[in-house]
Design a binder for this molecule. Structure first.
Ligand code: A3P
Length: 325
């Protein structure tokens, strides 16, 4: 462009005072000018200051909400489904800051979080917080306004799921049957004292103990008011995922964007998977939605009876009912 201007000045004959055959220099300069302008046009366009909205500031924020549990109730499914909302930012792996990694400090905790912009909500999920003695007070210390999400599931089904996971980690035949663990003499290597039973059930066995939800929730309610909790129905999360996710989006103060069109039931596992825009599916990994062993009816009934008063305590504690009893 500068060259074109120079040529323009030259052609005005202040600097070139040569008599040439009629108009030959001026028409040459004009052609040159036109060529040069076209030659430099892309550069000119690209170098123009482009008016764009300033890029939002990216930062790693501490979580404003945590999925605190309950293990084997559908916590991974909830997190994956919530991430369909572009304003939900969450680390993939469980962070376990408030139970196992607290000594690593807040800077480490923050470094585990993904980058987010204003209007996003950072969340994490570590289901073992629910049964942790230290997590409630530590979380309160860091953020007394923390939103706490608890996925709950029929404690009998949850116990079988827990057992299925534990057996998958042992060699075939090493794990006693679910019945023996839940109501029998347990395993010789088990730490559980199976001689002490509550209403005929090994209530000290981890898989059964965790299902006494009210006992753990009591600790949390000493630190946080009930309105800071949101309870997700783990069974509805399987049957009507969009409905359950919408309630969580609202609890987080987000405009709900997740709809039934985002899901499709996997024909083999019979669990909902995420439908991608390109038509592919994203199902949870093979450790989720495992087939459960068939449990004797008498044992199921005994467990159901055992949990009834425990569930009632939970329901009156949270002013909410689940169809488990
Ligand atoms: P099972 O594998 O025993 O069926 P968590 O993620 O809290 O550990 O919970 C695991 C459970 O989530 C699974 O237990 C499964 O029942 C349940 N779940 C809920 N929605 C699911 C989904 N869409 N895909 C797979 N499992 C899902």
């Amino acid at each position: 462009l500068s060259l074109a201007i120079v040529l323009d000045i030259l052609s005005s004959s202040h600097y070139i005072d040569v008599t040439l055959p009629s108009g030959s220099l001026s028409s040459f300069l004009l052609t040159m000018k036109v060529h040069l302008i076209f030659l430099f046009l892309p550069y000119l366009v690209l170098s123009l200051p482009i008016r764009t909205t300033p890029k939002p500031q990216q930062e790693r924020k501490l979580p404003e909400a945590i999925i605190i549990g309950v293990k084997k109730a559908g916590t991974r499914a909830l997190l994956e489904f919530l991430r369909l909302n572009p304003h939900v930012k969450a680390p993939g792996p469980e962070v376990h800051f408030f139970d196992n990694n607290f000594e690593k400090g807040l800077d480490w905790y923050r470094s585990q979080m993904p980058e987010s912009v204003e209007g996003d909500i950072t969340i994490e999920k570590s289901p073992s917080y629910f049964i942790s003695k230290t997590a409630p007070s530590r979380i309160k210390e860091i953020n007394p306004k923390m939103k706490l999400i608890v996925v709950l599931r029929d404690p009998v089904t949850r116990a079988i799921s827990d057992y299925t996971q534990a057996s998958s980690k042992r060699r075939l035949g090493q794990m006693p049957s679910f019945e023996r663990m839940a109501v029998g003499d347990c395993a010789p290597w088990s730490k559980v004292n199976c001689s002490v039973k509550t209403r005929g059930v090994n209530s000290g066995w981890g898989a059964v103990r965790i299902g006494q939800y009210h006992k753990y929730l009591q600790r949390w309610l000493k630190e946080f008011p009930l309105d800071q909790f949101h309870f997700v129905d783990g069974q509805k999360l399987i049957d009507e995922p969009a409905e359950e996710v919408k309630k969580v989006e609202e609890f987080l103060g987000l405009k709900p964007v997740v709809t039934p069109a985002d899901f499709e039931v996997d024909s083999v596992k019979k669990f909902p998977c995420i439908k991608n825009p390109d038509g592919t599916h994203h199902c949870l990994g093979k450790t989720k939605g495992r087939p459960h062993p068939k449990v004797a009816e008498t044992v199921l009934k005994r467990l159901k009876r055992f949990y009834e008063p425990e569930n009632d305590r939970l329901f009156s504690m949270i002013h909410q009912n689940f169809q488990w009893n």
